[in-house]
Design a protein around this ligand. Structure first.
Ligand code: GRF
Length: 234
């Protein structure tokens, strides 16, 4: 059976689209049971409509407390059929969730963050990294804990940051990698290959820990990025 998932969005939903695309290509074995947006005009909702995926707009402004809002999300997700065997995916969802939400889906909520955590948590990871002047930026998929942008890391991708670049220039390069690592993380979860030991997430192959097996045609620079590039002899 495909992994039942709920996807939470607040904006453009390009990460949602990457998940839809991978499912439609048959490489991600998941079924999106529900898309929730906390913004009425989030383009993510249009993407859900286009692909006949059930969706719900829950405006956080219409709830008395964060807890009430979270409970409404829990109810909607559960009713949609994402239970004990499912996963909740925060894809550009710009809300902090409370224990009401996390206890309903214990260890079953993942998020994508556009920075190499633990560096640059918060709402503008790309801008903060660019302003800091990093040479390597990136993105992180992690399990969600109460503390924001803090849970165990599943996968990260690094991308170069050019001198003088601002967050807007850096963002598309990071986003491109978000679209690759997020569906991959979900597929690993679907295959039951992620084992969480405290802060460490092991990726398993046949029940054993593995260091990761890059695709045969993957350029070494794709999975071992040093930027600026090393020169001859080093
Ligand atoms: C992404 O960069 C995500 O990491 C961040 O917000 C952006 C959302 O993009 N949290 P999209 O809505 O998936 O296009």
């Amino acid at each position: 059976m495909s992994l039942p998932i709920a996807v939470l969005v607040s904006g453009s939903g390009s990460n949602l689209q990457s998940i839809i695309d991978r499912i439609e290509q048959g490489v991600l074995d998941a079924e999106i049971k529900l898309v929730i947006s906390n913004k009425a005009r989030a383009f993510g909702i249009e993407r859900a409509k286009k692909h006949n995926i059930p969706y719900k707009v829950l405006l956080h402004t219409e709830f008395r407390s964060r807890e009430d809002f979270d409970q409404a999300m829990v109810d909607a997700i559960t009713e949609a059929g994402v239970g004990e065997d499912g996963l909740v995916v925060m894809a550009g969802f710009m809300r902090i969730v409370t224990p009401v939400f996390l206890s309903a889906f214990a260890n079953r909520v993942i998020n994508i963050h556009p920075a190499l955590l633990p560096s640059f948590p918060g709402v503008d990871g790309q801008g903060d990294a660019a302003d800091y002047g990093v040479k390597i930026a990136g993105c992180t998929v992690h399990f969600v804990e109460e503390k924001m942008d803090h849970g165990p890391v599943i996968i990260q991708a690094a991308v170069p940051c050019q001198a003088g670049e601002d967050g807007n220039e850096l963002s598309p390069r990071i986003l491109k990698m978000e679209h690759r690592i997020f569906p991959q993380a979900i597929q690993w979860y679907a295959e039951g290959r992620l084992k969480v030991n405290d802060r460490h997430v092991d990726l398993r192959v046949s029940g054993k820990r593995c260091a990761g097996q890059p695709k045969a045609d993957l350029e070494p620079s794709t999975y071992a990025l040093v930027w600026p590039p090393l020169e001859e002899g080093f």
